[in-house]
Design a protein around this ligand. Structure first.
Ligand code: GAP
Length: 573
């Protein structure tokens, strides 16, 4: 077997999974096309994700524009801070990420180093493009957002979204109403995101246009127990915590209950989505033995985040690749949008029982303030109501003007008030998935080669629910009515929503190999026996074992095999 990436990508290009975009004009790094089988398989992965998040968790999907106004990304912090550190090689003029050069030569977490430190680290290292020793050169920041303008001749700046999350945050108030003003609730979005990556050299792993599937779950800051935690409490996952990383140890395999109780994972919500992510990826076809969850180190984690874990998948070419980020982002995003937009991003949480509190209230003497301040008297009275009175008086700000109101123009009253609840700014738990990376990992992990009858058999051992083509139907010969029976079977299965491919081209062995290579889990062959007894052969891709089945029983049998409720091995005598 050669390099796994080369083998997988050769198959992916040749058989229509994925290829470089617009090759006729010379493909540009970071852009890919999903071909006929790839687009179908990607959709199946996304639909499985929907099954987990929408159907099971109950978080509805929304769809926002991929172009956003500048205000959104000023508030989110992307305009100021969404940058990578890069250099331009003084020898060949190519741009490269300074932290990637450092990491490729053994510096860990180079992205957390300052520009000056990075410049020192890489000066003795070779340029990844021309391999000359870089020497001393400036490291500078490059904002990864694609900028655009909105409308003709417009001064209005916009950005292609660098993540799908912001659409959910800016829709917070409407979503809150949709969910009847109650925490916790969540919304998800699957769609394209754009990052003008500096020099994407890792094929399908680092793209400039890629698909994300993100969930934003809004929870009460003091209630981080997931209501369905029990479903994953005993689920075991390999966890590489901060301590294991600092001591150079292997991941610990722990249940989610143990991880939360030991304080390894910050709370049940984060742990729940760690386990759910493991479950989802294993069901998609990612090899569980090549999966781990790595906690962000303190200098790597965003300052506002309470905890953050990356799901990493091992690739034969790229090593451990971050594929999903699961973070407790506290109230950072909502607070930022509240501050910039002036809108409310809180939830009214009622108490179980009404409480009574003593509050100080300033009651202005309008007989004095009215004639003195005329048009602004009402605004002053409102400002006084919220002010904290001093001994001699209180200063209020009205329309930007600071006005001192003497104590003899108002009365301070202590009042008992009824309080029914609190305005709470929720915290955000965010599992964020890179679909393209999951897609590639599935291809790499399910790709297999074996020698059968003296020839190499290439097979994608895709889970039946993920395989693009679900069933292949072959007539042994294209005569004596066998082809008509096969076409009838295709029609019946298609009518039941099974993606079925008819193939009568070449020797039967070749036809099996073609389907094995694209991961079709089951093949049905119509032969001369079919004409006598209306039975066909059903062949299992992985074991190549065969059984006979009546044509009329086929739809039910294949449906159970495809949804995994029946194992093929159980049918073989
Ligand atoms: N809202 C949080 C967020 O966007 P992120 O870690 O920047 O977090 C989440 O991105 C996931 O998106 C990553 O784990 C990765 O799988 C995927 N991703 C990010 N940049 C990518 C790129 N340039 N190409 C392909 N996938 C990418």
């Amino acid at each position: 077997m050669g390099d796994i990436y080369d083998n997988v990508m050769e198959l992916a290009r040749r058989r229509g999974f994925v290829w470089p975009s617009a090759e006729v004009y010379g493909a540009v790094a970071g852009f890919i096309d999903y071909g006929p089988l790839g687009a179908m398989m990607k959709r199946r992965v996304e639909n499985l994700w929907r099954e987990f998040y929408i159907i099971r968790e109950g978080y509805y999907e929304i769809e926002c524009p991929t172009v956003g106004t500048e205000a959104i990304y000023v508030a989110s912090g992307h305009v100021k801070g969404f940058a990578d550190k890069m250099i331009q090689c003084p020898h060949c003029g190519e741009y490269a990420r300074a932290d990637h050069i450092a990491e490729a030569h053994g510096t860990e977490n180079a992205a957390t180093l300052s520009k000056e430190s990075l410049a020192r680290v890489i000066q003795d290292l070779p340029c990844p493009a021309c391999e000359e020793q870089i020497g001393f050169t400036e490291v500078f920041e490059f904002n990864l957002m694609f900028e655009t303008t909105i409308g003709p001749g417009s001064q209005r700046k916009g950005y292609l979204r660098p993540e799908t999350a912001q659409g959910i945050f800016t829709d917070f108030a409407r979503l809150l109403r949709f969910y009847r003003n109650k925490l916790p609730f969540g919304a998800v979005q699957i769609g394209k995101s754009y990052r003008n990556e500096i020099s994407p050299r890792q094929g399908v792993i680092r793209l400039r246009e890629f698909s994300q599937a993100e969930a934003e779950i809004f929870v009460h800051p003091d209630e981080k127990e997931h209501p369905a935690f029990g479903a994953y409490a005993d689920y075991r996952v390999p966890l590489l915590g901060i301590e294991q990383q600092e001591k150079g140890q292997d991941p610990v395999v722990a249940t989610m209950r143990e991880a939360v109780d030991a304080g390894l994972v910050a709370n049940e919500y984060v742990a729940y989505y760690v386990a759910l992510t493991h479950d989802f990826m294993a069901r998609s076809g990612v090899d569980p033995a090549k999966m781990r969850f790595r906690q962000h180190l303190p200098d790597e984690r965003a300052h506002y985040a309470e905890d953050c874990w990356d799901a990493e998948i091992h690739s034969g070419r790229f090593g451990w690749v971050e594929t999903v980020g699961i973070a407790d982002r506290t109230d950072y995003d909502l607070r930022a949008h509240a501050g910039h937009s002036g809108d409310s991003f809180t939830v009214f949480v009622p108490y179980d029982e009404v409480r009574y509190e003593t509050r100080t209230r300033i009651v202005p003497d309008m007989g004095v303030l009215g004639p003195k301040y005329r048009g602004t008297a009402k605004a002053i009275a409102d400002a006084l109501a919220a002010a904290d009175p001093g001994e001699d008086g209180v200063e209020v700000t009205v329309d930007g003007e600071r006005i001192f109101i003497p104590a003899d123009t108002y009365e301070v009253r202590e009042e008992e008030v009824e309080v029914r609840g609190d305005e709470v700014m929720p915290h955000v738990i965010e599992p964020s998935y890179g679909i393209d990376r999951i897609f590639y990992s599935i291809l790499e992990h399910t790709y297999d080669e074996e020698i059968v009858d003296g020839e190499v058999r290439r097979v994608l051992r895709l889970p039946p629910g993920i395989a693009p083509v679900q069933v292949a139907v072959f007539p042994l010969m294209t005569r004596d009515g066998l082809d008509a029976i096969a076409r009838d079977i295709v029609q019946t299965l298609s009518g039941r929503g099974v993606l079925t491919q008819y193939d009568d081209n070449g020797a039967i062995g070749r036809r099996y190999r073609r389907q094995d290579e694209i991961g079709t889990p089951f093949a049905v062959t119509v032969d001369y026996e079919t004409k006598d007894d209306r039975t066909v052969t059903v062949r299992d891709r992985d074991t190549m074992q065969q059984i006979r089945c009546g044509i009329d029983d086929l739809p039910v049998l294949l449906a159970s095999l495809l949804d995994g409720s029946v194992e093929f091995s159980a049918l073989v005598q």
